[in-house]
Design a protein around this ligand. Sequence first.
Ligand SMILES: [Zn+2]
Length: 332
Amino acid sequence: MVSYKKLGLVNTKKMFAKAVKGGYAIPAFNFNTMEQMQAIIQAAVETKSPVIMQVSKGARKYANPTILRYMAEGAVQYAKELGCKKPQIVLHLDHGDSYETCKSCIDSGFSSVMIDGSSLPFKDNIKLTKKVVNYAHKHDVTVEAELGVLAGVEDEVQAEESHYTKPEEVIEFATKTGCDSLAISIGTSHGAYKFKPEQCTRDKKTGKLIPPPLAFDVLKAVEKKLPGFPIVLHGSSSVPQEHVDTINKFGGKLPDAVGIPEEQLRKAAKSAVCKINIDSDSRLAMTAAIRKHFAEHPEHFDPRQYLTPARDAMKELYIHKIVKVLGSNNKL
Ligand SMILES: [Zn+2]
């Protein structure tokens, strides 16, 4: 058993309470490589932002659970080395699929876990979430649960159609499970293809897709039922057009990739939404930088040559999200 406290990590409790009160959201960036982790920590330290580093079950397997535990410990020490006296870093499991996965993460240094029972019937979701909460809270680990179904693809999580969260269910769910935060479905979606072209309108000038707006009425209704309760948005990448264009320009093929407009996320961050998940955007920034570098420097073969601009591009993206979208800068 490795306690996250020994690694210098924190859980989400105080962080979320402050964010809900302060009208901003904590960035939850997915990672599975050293470069992503370095970029996340550099960005968080430079902007004085709390940060959630999260991994899915697939990413944990990719990185290896033992290496990950040392990476998280390294992230805390790295933040200190960069001049941050009291870093607020969470290591979070994204989309835990079973009690066993959550327990294994808690036992190996995670400070927060998500149990995703959203595909189960309501009662079974409550039962599973409650079981995880009971174990997690014994170890002072916070738990995120999910109600409602997001469309899109994220590792093993996949759904054809989304179902908005039913506001009339949230009080019973939160009370019976004791979860610390709740991911809801209001129209965000996983991946770089969040909407089918037929769900969007097209900008007449540029031909680019304009996605449908988020269901802020559902968010408002949830907030009314559970005042001040921490709400989480998954699938909240914006799919920056500049990165998609760069990828396509240098041999990639991402037609009609579309995300959530940043002004909608800015609006959400000011509400009870206190954690916003961003994964695809950093993948796009990294891939765009690498493709461009390969095209411009075909003679390079040292990974440092192309991973340095990739890391810089991700750092720039993370800083942009923190300062211009989530508003979590200067909150340490
Ligand atoms: Zn998700």
